[in-house]
Every structure is written in C-alpha cells, then in structure tokens.
Design a protein around this ligand. Structure first.
Ligand code: 0X9
Ligand code: ZN
Length: 445
C-alpha cells in the first residue's frame, strides 16, 4: 500500500452517451490495522436454527428483541436457517428463546474471534510484493486504497491497448469522503451498446463480493477467452467493486462483523445505515428493516438518506436506458433473487423472464443456487438496490446474487471465507456470467 495521505490517482475521460466527464479519484490512505482498536469476539458463538416460516422468524425477532444479537444470515425462505452470533453473557437467553419457540439449533462457530484470527492469518500468508502484479490483486482481500490502485493499474494498462478500454471514475463520495469508484470496460468499435452494471460490497462484511467483482474486472480486461471477447462485443460493462468503502474499511480494521455504512445518526450514538434498506423504491423501514439506528438493518430516517445509496441510485437513473441488467453481489447462502423484495405480495410482471435468465446463469455453475422472487418466495426487505434498479430505473433484469458458501466451507463460516476460496468462487461465478451475457444478448437481438 502506498503511504501518501491523499493520492491523486487519475484524470480519466468518460467517453460515451453523456459526452465527456472528467473525474478525479482520491485514495484515502488508511493506517495499518491496529489490533488494540479492533473489536474482539472472544467467546462469542454462532448458532444456526431452522426457521419453519416467516411467522416463526417474526416471533423469534420479537422474543429475542432484548438480547444483543448479530444476525449473520436471516432466513430467506420457509425452513431456511437463521445464523446468529451471540456473546457469552447472552447465550442462555438465546437458548431459552430457541426452546420456547421449539426451534432446533446447533452451534456452528465455537469462538468467533478464533475464526476471525484464522482469516487474518490466512490473508497474511499470501506474499505481497513491493510492486504487486495486477493479477496479485485477484487472490486476496484488499484495502480500499489497494482496490483503487488496482482499478487504476487496470485502466492504465488497458490504455496501452487499442482495443479494450477501461475508464475509472467516481460516482460520488461517501460520508467519510472516499470515492465510490466505478470502472467502465468496453471495446470501442464504433457501435453504441447496451450495458451491464455489476456491483459488490453494499454490505461491509461480505468481502467475497468485492473480491469476485475484482476478479471479473481482471478477466474482462485481460482474458483472451473468446467468450470474454463476445461479452465485450455485445455489452459495455460498468463495474463497482466497493459500493460501501467506509463500512468495508471499518470491517477490515475495527469490526469484522460490520454490515452498514458509517454515517453519524441524529439523536443516537450508533453509527451507520443498511445501504440495502435505503434505496427509494417503496422504501419502508418496517419491511425487513428497522427505524432504530443501533440495529444492523437500520433503513435510515428517510430514503436516500446516505450518499452511498444516493450516488448509486443517481447513476442507475442516469444510465438506466442503456443498462439492461444489474447484478449486485452479496453473501452468503447461494441465492439468486429478483425483484420485488419490498413486500411479500409484490411480484414483477415479467418475473418468468427474470427467473429463466437466472436459470441460464446458474445452470453451468458448479455451486447450486436457489432462485426466487425476493419478497414472495423469500422474505421481504424494502429499500434494496435491486428493487430500485428495476422499479425506478427501468433496468429489466435486476438481481441480488448471494455468493457462497451455503453455510460453511473448510472450517470457515458465512462471510468468513478463506482467501484461497476467492479464485474458486470467482471462476465459478465467471462461468455463470458468461452464460448470463450470452443469453441476455440473445434476448436483446
Ligand atoms: O437482506 C439483504 O439486503 C440481502 N441479503 S444479505 O444477507 N446479503 O443481507 C438480500 C436483498 C434482497 N433484495 C431485496 N430484498 N430487495
Ligand atoms: Zn448483503
């Protein structure tokens, strides 16, 4: 990582339907992780219980409202699991609620701090060179500043090529002043093309999502595979690895289980908003969200109350007519969700087309995904970016992809995934993305 506090990264031209936009990106340097300031989870455990129905889950929420819990996974369907982290002092209270509601449960992590430590160790084992190769960014988790360096390196390396271009620009700044960096990868062959928008990292702790987007950027920019060439012939690609860099840095350096953004909330000492409850299409904090700033799913005081969702929403609205598909990567559980998520009765009229395109993507992949309509087949949550893309911006094919694992893999659980898994998950997702783009191009022709 470079040391300068503020680093001017690039001035790059955005070429396209919106004429010329000049943007500068500023990388805010973050100090190396200081373990004394890290929130520790010694003795914390994660429990997995089966939730038979939405009703039972709601009962659980109300019975457990007095217990300090951190939800790693909320059930997305009937008989799905509920993964919840609890501190040692509240363990008996949690067990009592499980018993009262007759919910079967098992302990899946016996010491959360050891799991986090194991992840940190596995990241350090990967050698870093003084001058990292562009490829080296694809095999580990990286800081915000390194991700900006990576995008810049991809862009300048592509600038030497006449064929494929990669323009880096900022769609706006976060609460803490970091740039929300986007890279547009495209082949300039004189034809206006439809676009596909992909993002990751709306939720801070879901590190595999930015890592998968970073890998996909690498493939699009450098692979000589003929499918990639077709994908660049058919579409322009907008890729944003990190929608929520403030939260991501906080989860890297201070609290590994952090989900939200980092904004200060009025009349509360609790920071942050769940950016995926804050988009302005049928925004409703009472549908899968919360009005309490201390909750992980705090939806904000009103829709678009934070810059992270506002900037992305503005981008989607401005480019909605050219963007034909939007994929937002989250983790975990291996779900492929399409709108609408805001209520259990809202189903997109063209849901069958969305479901069949999702099936086309998942079919050649080795991981199996559950495909469904967020609110109806699964559990409702309003204010998602997927709903906004479709409902407000007219982006027909809009999806939330919950990446692996389903629950645990190789002793890692949930959003703690060894860096050795990054290339595996990324390669499988790439297989799906190729199928997705081929099928989408066929439908658009
Ligand atoms: O709850 C979410 O925001 C997503 N799941 S996660 O475990 N990554 O937090 C699912 C969002 C699905 N889409 C909508 N409800 N609109
Ligand atoms: Zn998420």
């Amino acid at each position: 990582m470079r040391n300068g506090l503020f680093q001017r990264l690039c001035t790059c031209e955005m070429i396209g339907v919106w004429s010329v936009l000049v943007a500068t990106l500023v990388a805010v340097d973050v100090s190396a992780a200081d373990d004394t300031q890290r929130i520790r989870y010694d003795g914390y455990t994660v429990h997995q219980a089966v939730s038979s129905s939405h009703d039972q889950f709601q009962k659980f929420i109300s019975e457990a409202s007095h217990i300090p819990l951190n939800f790693w996974h909320v059930p997305h369907a009937d008989n799905d699991t509920l993964d919840v982290m609890v501190g040692p002092e509240a363990l008996n209270d949690l067990q009592a609620v499980f018993d009262k509601l007759k919910m079967e449960s098992k302990q899946v992590v016996d010491n959360v701090e050891s799991l986090f430590e194991k992840e940190r160790r596995s990241m350090h084992h990967i050698k870093r060179r003084a001058t990292p190769s562009i490829h080296s960014y694809t095999v580990n988790y990286h800081s915000y500043s390194e991700i900006i360096d990576y995008l810049q390196a991809v862009s300048s390396s592509r600038a030497k090529s006449q064929n494929v271009h990669a323009d880096v620009f900022s769609i706006g700044k976060t609460t803490q002043g970091k740039d929300q960096a986007m890279i547009k990868i495209y082949r300039n062959d004189g034809r206006a093309k439809p676009a596909i928008l992909i993002d990751g990292g709306i939720h801070a702790r879901e590190w595999i999502a930015p890592a998968v987007v970073i890998n996909f950027i690498y493939q699009l920019a450098f692979s000589s595979d003929h499918h990639i060439s077709t994908m660049l012939g058919d579409f322009d690609w907008y890729l944003m690895p990190l929608v929520n860099p403030d939260g991501y840095e906080y989860s890297r350096l201070r609290d590994r289980s952090w989900r939200k953004t980092m904004n200060v909330n009025a009349h509360s000492s609790c920071k942050g908003t769940d950016a995926n409850r804050n988009f302005g299409y049928h925004w409703d904090p009472y549908s899968g969200g919360s009005t309490n700033p201390c909750e992980e799913v705090f939806a904000g005081d009103h829709n678009f109350s934070i810059p992270e969702s506002t900037n992305l929403g503005n981008f989607m609205r401005q480019h909605g007519p050219s963007i034909k598909a939007y994929l937002t990567f989250h983790s975990y559980g291996q779900y492929f969700l399409y709108p609408y998520g805001y209520s259990s009765s809202a189903v997109a009229p063209d849901y069958a087309e969305l479901a069949s395109l999702a099936r086309a993507m998942v079919q050649p992949m080795s991981s199996s995904y559950v495909i469904g309509s967020s609110g109806k087949d699964l559990y409702p949550a309003a204010g998602g970016s997927d709903d906004y893309a479709k409902g407000a911006c007219g982006i027909k094919y809009s999806y939330t992809v919950e990446l692996p694992p389903r629950d645990s893999v190789g002793g890692y659980t949930g959003f703690i995934l060894s860096p050795s898994q990054i290339p595996i998950v990324a390669a499988d997702t790439l297989t799906g993305l190729k199928a997705f783009a081929i099928e989408l191009a066929r439908r658009l022709h």
